[in-house]
Ligand binder design. Sequence first.
Ligand SMILES: *[C@@H]1O[C@H](CO)[C@@H](O)[C@H](O)[C@H]1NC(C)=O
Ligand SMILES: *[C@@H]1O[C@H](CO)[C@@H](O)[C@H](O)[C@H]1NC(C)=O
Length: 383
Amino acid sequence: MKLLKLPHLLYLANLASATSIKYQQPIHDPALQSSSSPLLALHKSLVEIESITGHEHDVAQYLISYLSSQNLTVETQDVGPGLDGRGTRQNILAYIGKQRKTKLLVSSHIDTVPPFWEYARQGDEIWGRGSVDAKGSVATQITAFEELREKGKIGEGDVGLLFVVGEETGGEGKSQLANDLGLKWDTVIFGEPTELKLASGHKGIGGFVITAKGKAGHSGYPELGKNAISMIVPALNELLNTQLPWSEKYGNTTLNFGTIEGGVAANVIAEEARAAVSMRIASGEPAAVEKVILDAIQKAGEELDVKFLASYGPVHIDSDVPGFETIVVNYGTDIPNLKGDNKRYLYGPGTILMAHSDHEHLKVSDLETAVKGYKALIEHALK
Ligand SMILES: *[C@@H]1O[C@H](CO)[C@@H](O)[C@H](O)[C@H]1NC(C)=O
Ligand SMILES: *[C@@H]1O[C@H](CO)[C@@H](O)[C@H](O)[C@H]1NC(C)=O
């Protein structure tokens, strides 16, 4: 899942570089022998490799080797230098044989939020950064793919696997990659933690920054200056008491006052102040929500500058597959970034309430159930 940020321009620029096909040698991984199943071994290997956004080089190398060793064609796309000095960050596309254009795309992301937490097995629980978001999805997607292939249920031209970097801080990679490849799919299955349910939609996201420009002065003589913080506070208070658009399906549009900054010292009239707010949009187009917000801020009667960030409204997701419970989620995904009229599903093991936390973990049985879930979704999509 994604934090709200302005488009990452450097990232976009780097994605424009050409794709290249590289064939890799099989890897030797002792974990594959020692752990109780190939699924758990793969999940363990992925979680053990730190891959905070910007540090995806090593985990990508591991996956490239792993997928190549499964006799898949693996293409990589350079996304620019890593932030950890370990080499280029890469998106990965894998498929059977020579046919990169597939009916179905199965996709997730290989970066995690900070900080890194070690892999740990405690009874039937698996802990560690990324164990849920989203290496639980990556490992189970690959395993589902392999099991269907072994049974002869999928072949060349059916399914592509796409694993991207940089989802946690922007996610523009996915749409850009699809554009670069010139590919379209009938269906795309996205992997994020959905508690093994099929997401029927998620809230939209947006945000804004309020800036106040005042006049500095001695705090003993407030009438000689204008306090920028005192200008912003009534606007925020107004927003706290404003009913924003809502819907039955997605609930309330919510605001998070993420940061407030301003002033230089307690005894100086603050000349500048700034508040950054993120929105989770539950109804309609962002423009309608933005109008309600502007009206509320104007009601506070201060001269403030308001800049809205890139945004999108609630995202409907297909959930018409028999046998799955459905769920609505409040986080953003790569889904709106991937343009096209394809069907789209969102599914994965673990809960978002654990993701990004210091106690991120899931159950072994969640992983096993997710493999079954992905297999059912893949077979449904190819029917
Ligand atoms: C590898 O995959 C190709 C393409 O599907 C297939 O022709 C070949 O037989 C496979 N090789 C092995 C060793 O499975
Ligand atoms: C939405 O906000 C109203 C108050 O404005 C509250 O009563 C209601 O419980 C909220 N709904 C949800 C789903 O959180």
